[in-house]
Structures are given as structure tokens and as C-alpha cells.
Design a protein. Structure first.
Length: 525
């Protein structure tokens, strides 16, 4: 039975943010043990006006929120969804019931959420409300150094998941202050949103279905097929958006992978096929997920500033708006780049190597400062995870100072990942009749061939906006000129010491090599 709606009933608020599940949810367990439980989700209009969010994020979140609401209703503890400023919402609740404690998972979100959490912390201090934040996954708050980080991650992921509390005592408050899940986060949002809805469905039920199908059917060729957009859509787990919103926990995914690995080891060689290598590769990417988020946790301003300040001013004053708009719309004249961008714009997802190529092409060949392309991709990715995204955007732009400069040749990637041009022809139908010989480089067709295959370059399909070989050489020269500058190495060593991947006891100079093998973007989760 719900607790009475009056002052004197000590209430435990569970503030859901990016942890939209009831299983393996430590704050829910802690609140249930502490008293009457009030689950709250706050739709924050100001957040949804930030430049890195979009309609497809909202649609996926709304579906996930509905799934969470249904799960809480099943255990008799309804989710209260309130629109407004979080501090105002908590003030309103405090006027109705005695709030003893707020429980939530730690969040490493964008810079706006960082400042919002600081405001909530001050409110809790001023109102004598205890706020208990629990780690969401392997990211460590107020980390002194990276020594032993990997071992700590393994220990946490192998610890027991939290079961759903057996007895939850829900509390009721003034129903007039509560809204249903709104259709949009604020009036006018649909018109302001710049990206289409995604093709993925949100919610824990869908996440568990994807996890099961990946581990038993789709994932066998993961290691081999994750790099090409032709095969990655099926062979990747497609869990990244669900992990970003916490519809499943990192720990339960990791443990499910380990159980599957154990089962695979009992199979015959024929039955195992490629499962062993693929599962091992996937498990490694679960580690990398938290490794990158840890960087933003340690330095939130990586969202706005170059990781290595030696690159400050390198591109900012040379931003070409026409190049940027052509890149955003898939009209660069490079068929594979355009196909990847159009696919992403339509679906909200693309595999890691293609994300890396898109960002590399924008940063190097088009010489665009990373912030605006990064914002565009953030809005386009349904699985936008700020901790991974902004550090990877900078990694692919060459501004971290500690990673190998990777300038992806868009023509080579086209031949490697789409040799027959089937992906290109599907997403760039202007080239549908162009033969394999020219589909990767249509600018090589002479006028007769262009007319024969009904694709006049510059009319039916754009001329390439840059010479990719010359642009790549120019970018490499500019980037490496900075690396040769005074003080560059000293600052890079400091960055490596704070943010670089390593195991305990690895000498500093050896550590610099470790980051060269890091996977890109959302790591194909």
C-alpha cells in the first residue's frame, strides 16, 4: 500500500536519469531499504534545447521511458514524470513530503548535465537532503590516476547484479503536479529538431531481445563483419543506444557475454566457428566503452576545448560553411562518404569505422574544426554517449596529442568496405547505373561514359569538393607541424599520464604506444 501523502513520511526519491531499468539498479535497491520510495523522471526543457540533442534522441528515450514506467507499474511503484527544472521539481516535492534522501546513478553526460548536477548538489546541501550517487558502470568519479583502473573494472563487472527489491513501499504525492510522459519535451521542439526519427526502438525489452539474438545468432561473424556498413548492421549487437540510456546495465551485458563464452568453449571446433574470436573482441570493446567515458569524467571541458592546447587556433578561423553543409547532407562528391552520411541521417546509426572516416574526412580533407561536425554527429547518432563521442571526435581530428594521426583515404575505404558498390548504389541512387569501375570515383568518367550511364558529374551528382590526396597531404603537414613545436611533447606526456590507457606498472614511454590501437567512436556496441 502506498504511504500517506503528508509531511512526516520520510521519502526516498529515486531520480532516474540515464538508467532506465529496474534490474541491476543500485539506487532503487538502496531507496527500498531506506523507506518509502518515490521514483521520479524529470523532463528538462532546457536540456532539450542544447545543440547536441535531437528529435531521434527524444523518440528513443520516450519509448525507453514508457518501458520503465510499465516495469515500475508492475511492482506497484509508479514512475512520476515531471517536466521542468530539477531543482524546482524537488522543491515542489519537498513542500508535500519529507524527503530524507535522493538516490541516483552517477552521470557523465554533456557539460549542461554537469552544471545541472552541481546545482542539485547545492540544493541538497541547503535543504539537508542526503544525495547518494552510485557508479553506473566502470567509470570512477574523482579518480586520482589510471593505475589499476582495468582491474577495478573487471572486479566490478564480475560482481553480482542487483535483483529487483522484494518489497517496495511507494509513496503518493499531489497528482496535480504530475504529468504523463509528454509527446515532446517542450512546445515547439518538433519544429526545432533537425534530425529525423531513428529506426531503432527504445526500451529494455528491445535491448534484451538484441542481446540474446546477438549472442546466439547474429554475433558469430562480428569480428570479421563489424567494419563494413554492408554487414555491420546485422553483425553488431546494436546495444549502444540502450547502454547510453541504461536500459541494460554494462554489468549484465558483460556477464551475459562471459556466460556465452563459457558455453562456446564446450562446443566442438565446427560448432564454435568464429564465436570465440568475436566474443573476445566484443568483450574488449565493453572495456573501451568505460575507458573513454572516464576521460570526460576527468575533464568535462573536452566537449569544448582541444585536449592538447597546442592545436588551439589551428582550424577555427578557416571553417568552410559550404564544405560543412555538403558533408552534412551527403553531397561531397565522394560516393562512399555520401552514402555513409545519408545512411546515418536516415537510420541514426552507422558502424564505428565509418563514423571514424566521416569525422576524419571532415577534420582533415575539409579542414573543419571538430566542434560543429561533432555536434552534427551527436544529433545524428541515436546512441550519442558524450563521454565516448567528444573524445573520439577529437581523436579522429588529431587534437588529443597522444593518438596516432589517422587520415582515412575515402576512396580506399570505399574499395575496402564496399568493393562492389552495393552500399553506394543503395544510398546514392544517382550512381545506380555506374559500373564498378567508376562507382568509387565517378570523377574519372569521361563525358561519353557519364552520358552513357546517365550520371553527369556536376549535374546529376556533385563534383568532388576537394582533391582528397592533396587535402590529406596538407592536413598531415599542418598537424605534424604542431607536433614539432616547443612544449608539445611535455604536454602530451601529461595528457597520456592522466587519460591514456595502460595497465599498472607499464613504463610511461611504453604507455604512449597503447593508445594507438584504440577502437573508434561508439566501439560497435
Amino acid at each position: 500500500m502506498a504511504s500517506v501523502n503528508k509531511k512526516g513520511s520520510a521519502v526516498q526519491i529515486v531520480w532516474f536519469k540515464r538508467d532506465l531499468r529496474v534490474f541491476d539498479h543500485a539506487p532503487l535497491v538502496g531507496a527500498a531499504e531506506g523507506g518509502d520510495v518515490l521514483p521520479v523522471y524529470v523532463v528538462e526543457p532546457e536540456y532539450w534545447q542544447q545543440p547536441d540533442v535531437s528529435l531521434r534522441h527524444w523518440v528513443f528515450l520516450r519509448e525507453s521511458l514508457q518501458d520503465l514506467s510499465d516495469a515500475l507499474a508492475e511492482i506497484g511503484c509508479p514512475l512520476y514524470v515531471v517536466s521542468g527544472n530539477v531543482v524546482d521539481v524537488f522543491n515542489n516535492i519537498l513542500q508535500q513530503v519529507e524527503v530524507k534522501q535522493i538516490w541516483s546513478h552517477e552521470e557523465t553526460g554533456n557539460l549542461w548535465t554537469f552544471h545541472r548536477d552541481r546545482q542539485v548538489g547545492r540544493w541538497c546541501e541547503n535543504n539537508s537532503v542526503l544525495w547518494t550517487e552510485v557508479p553506473q558502470h566502470g567509470v570512477v568519479r574523482r579518480l586520482d590516476n589510471r593505475g589499476g583502473w582495468s582491474k577495478r573494472w573487471d572486479k566490478l563487472m564480475r560482481s553480482a547484479c542487483f535483483d529487483l527489491p522484494a518489497n517496495i513501499r511507494p509513496v503518493t504525492i499531489n497528482e496535480n503536479s504530475i504529468t504523463a510522459i509528454p509527446e515532446y519535451p517542450y512546445e515547439g521542439f518538433k519544429d526545432a529538431a533537425t534530425t529525423k526519427r531513428a529506426t531503432q526502438t527504445g526500451g529494455r525489452s528491445e535491448a534484451l531481445h538484441l542481446l540474446e539474438s546477438f549472442l546466439t545468432q547474429r554475433g558469430e561473424r562480428y569480428q570479421k563483419e563489424m567494419s563494413s556498413p554492408v554487414t555491420a548492421e546485422v553483425s553488431c549487437s546494436r546495444l549502444s543506444a540502450h547502454l547510453a540510456l541504461g536500459c541494460v546495465s554494462m554489468r549484465e551485458v558483460f556477464q551475459a557475454v562471459e556466460r556465452r563464452q563459457k558455453a562456446v568453449r564446450t562446443m566442438t571446433a565446427e560448432q564454435r566457428g568464429m564465436w570465440g574470436r568475436s566474443l573476445s573482441s566484443y568483450a574488449g570493446r565493453l572495456h573501451w566503452h568505460c575507458h573513454f567515458i572516464q576521460k570526460l569524467e576527468d575533464q568535462p571541458l573536452h566537449e569544448l576545448r582541444n585536449v592538447h592546447s597546442g592545436y588551439d587556433g589551428l582550424r577555427e578561423s578557416e571553417f568552410n560553411q559550404n564544405y560543412f553543409e555538403a558533408w552534412c547532407s551527403g553531397q561531397t562528391g565522394f560516393p562512399f562518404v555520401d552514402a555513409c552520411m545519408r545512411y546515418l541521417n536516415a537510420t541514426g546509426w552507422i558502424n564505428f569505422r565509418m563514423r571514424a572516416m566521416l569525422m576524419s574526412f571532415a577534420a582533415y580533407h575539409l579542414w573543419l574544426h571538430w566542434r560543429e561536425p561533432g555536434l552534427y554527429l551527436a544529433r545524428a547518432f541515436t546512441d550519442y554517449e558524450p563521454g565516448i563521442h567528444w573524445n573520439q571526435v577529437q581523436m579522429q581530428s588529431g587534437t588529443t596529442g597522444i593518438n596516432t594521426v589517422r587520415i582515412y583515404n575515402p576512396v580506399k575505404q570505399s574499395h575496402d568496405q564496399d568493393p562492389n558498390g552495393q552500399f553506394i548504389r543503395h544510398w546514392v541512387p544517382e550512381l545506380n547505373l555506374v559500373p564498378d569501375e567508376y562507382v568509387h570515383e565517378p570523377w574519372k568518367m569521361d563525358e561519353r561514359v557519364q552520358r552513357e550511364y546517365l550520371c553527369v558529374v556536376g549535374a546529376d551528382y556533385p563534383q568532388r569538393i576537394v582533391d582528397h590526396l592533396a587535402a590529406g597531404r596538407y592536413a598531415r603537414e599542418r598537424i605534424y607541424a604542431v607536433r614539432k613545436g616547443d612544449g608539445f611533447r611535455e604536454l602530451a606526456d601529461q595528457i597520456q599520464k592522466k587519460h591514456g590507457s595502460r595497465k599498472s606498472g607499464v613504463p610511461q614511454r611504453a604507455k604512449a604506444k597503447v593508445s594507438r590501437t584504440t577502437p573508434q567512436m561508439t566501439l560497435d556496441l
